[in-house]
Design a protein. Structure first.
Length: 84
């Protein structure tokens, strides 16, 4: 069962932000296609680690080098971070 779309949209954006990424900017720069963004949110919606992710987000004070452990969108976020 997939989680709430709006919740996971914001969670994906928040994880990216903590990694120093703005996903809208990444799309503007041609590094992220809208379809890829949709796939990322859908993957996030299928994650079973929502509470752990929220706790991870709540404890971040500095830029993170990587998303939280077990993140289902780790690969595209890491790729975008390397390209930035």
């Amino acid at each position: 069962m997939l989680g709430d779309q709006a919740r996971h949209f914001w969670m994906a954006r928040s994880v990216a932000r903590v990694m120093g990424l703005n996903l809208a900017d990444q799309m503007d720069k041609g590094r992220l296609r809208p379809e890829e963004y949709q796939v990322m949110v859908a993957a996030c919606r299928g994650c079973a680690l929502v509470e752990q992710c929220e706790k991870w987000l709540a404890t971040q004070c500095d830029l993170a080098k990587a998303p939280p452990p077990g993140c289902r969108i780790s690969a595209p976020l890491t790729r975008l971070r390397r390209a930035s």
